[in-house]
Design a protein around this ligand. Structure first.
Ligand SMILES: Cc1cc2nc3c(=O)[nH]c(=O)nc-3n(C[C@H](O)[C@H](O)[C@H](O)COP(=O)(O)OP(=O)(O)OC[C@H]3O[C@@H](n4cnc5c(N)ncnc54)[C@H](O)[C@@H]3O)c2cc1C
Length: 363
């Protein structure tokens, strides 16, 4: 008979996140199968506790007060490759390390995720915000997601076109936030050429005279570029003690772009008819926050103005206060309200967090 699932009390969440701030979980449990996910939910429901689903903790700001309910750490592992005669698929457990899966795909010479190399966290969290980098998004290869639906207690297969993917968004982060626990993700990948479209990547490939880059070359290039920016986890590099980018790049109307860009030089990307995506890092620097700008234990990365880092002993309050200050100043200077990328856990109705999550009419 299976061992009963016994949650542990009072678990420090700091070591379970990359930013390393915040308090404790009142209860914590690790679930290594779909059945254990269901059991953990039933346990929490019996005690009237809220559940927070934890992956690799690389996109979270945990409140100093911690989480009063149950933290459910998803530990479903394994990956199986299979084919249907045309395409190759891989079904992977949500608790597996994302970059291990990328390496397994790239090692087979398959394309579609090579630009997503080096992103921290688990497989199961990738659909949440449709992770993306260097010209690819995971939505481009997701075939389906298998998820436990806490509303019904059932496990469903959700095809990609029902996941509501957008720029750093999905139904799992948006309209259905908190409803599903992703248990498995199936990717459809293909032999073929890597994606080399993103300016930094094109530049790297040219400078290193890589003639016909394969998927492995692109993976190496992406990791090298990310390391330079402090965007791969490295215990020896305090610039990586972060959630990665704290704000997403704003997508704004053409006319707003022309007003801001009048001075020239703002990095931008096409984002559909009438819209432009602009660099949040550029806005932050121009609003007066240079690399390394700090307040208490929280400071911007010395390599990238978009990452708020814990320089040692930072509190969640300091992180959130710095983020709110940046958002205020960017709004004052440019009239653009930055949208934060990480999830805020246990903050209740905290005023700074409410402000960070608010958006203006155009947002
Ligand atoms: C140095 C650094 C660089 C980064 N670079 C990038 C980047 O280039 N591109 C990018 O998009 N992101 C980037 N990120 C952000 C982060 O790595 C990704 O968002 C990642 O997918 C988060 O995975 P995680 O397992 O750590 O999720 P967590 O941080 O544990 O959780 C994030 C959210 O997902 C939910 N969640 C986690 N697992 C599940 C599950 N199985 N089912 C349901 N919900 C779940 C949580 O409840 C939470 O809401 C970076 C972060 C860091 C620290």
């Amino acid at each position: 008979m299976a061992e009963p699932l016994v949650p542990t009390g009072q678990v420090d969440l700091r070591p379970l996140t990359t930013l390393g701030v915040g308090g404790r979980a009142r209860w914590y449990v690790r679930a290594s199968s779909v059945e254990e996910v269901a059991t953990a939910y039933a346990w929490a429901q019996d005690r009237n506790l809220e559940v927070f689903v934890l992956g690799g903790g690389s996109n979270l700001v945990v409140a100093d007060e911690g989480w009063p309910g149950l933290v459910l750490h998803v530990g479903i592992n394994g990956a199986t490759f299979w084919g249907d005669g045309t395409d190759t698929f891989v079904t992977a457990g949500a608790g597996g390390t994302w970059d291990d899966l990328v390496l397994a795909v790239v090692s087979r010479g398959l394309a579609g995720v090579e630009c997503l190399s080096g992103i921290p966290g688990t497989v199961g969290a990738t659909p949440l915000q449709n992770v993306g980098a260097y010209g690819q998004e995971v939505a481009g290869v997701i075939d389906s997601v298998t998820a436990f639906d806490r509303a019904t207690g059932e496990t469903l297969r959700i095809p990609s076109d029902e996941c509501g993917f957008g720029y750093r968004m999905s139904r799992f982060k948006g309209r259905d936030a908190g409803r599903f626990v992703v248990c498995h993700v199936t990717l459809r990948v293909r032999p073929g050429f890597p994606t080399v479209t993103y300016p930094d990547l094109v530049d790297y490939v040219e400078r290193h005279a890589i003639m016909s880059p394969g998927v492995g070359d692109v993976r190496d290039a992406v990791i090298a570029i990310r390391r330079r920016k402090g965007m791969v986890l490295d215990a020896a590099d305090p610039d990586t003690r972060s959630v990665g980018s704290f704000f997403v790049n704003p997508v704004i109307k053409d006319e707003v772009y022309h007003r801001i860009a009048a001075g020239g030089g703002i990095p931008s990307f096409a984002a559909g008819a009438g819209f432009v995506k602009i660099s949040a890092a550029w806005l932050i620097e121009r609003a007066g926050f240079g690399r390394g700008f700090g307040a208490g234990g929280a400071a911007l990365s010395t390599k990238h103005p978009l990452a708020i880092t814990n320089r040692g002993g930072a509190s969640a309050r300091e992180v959130v206060a710095l983020a709110a200050r940046i958002k205020h100043q960017v709004a004052d200077r440019f009239g653009i309200w930055l949208r934060p990328e990480p999830l805020f856990v246990g903050f209740g109705d905290d005023a700074d967090v409410a402000y960070l999550q608010a958006h203006d009419a155009a947002g």
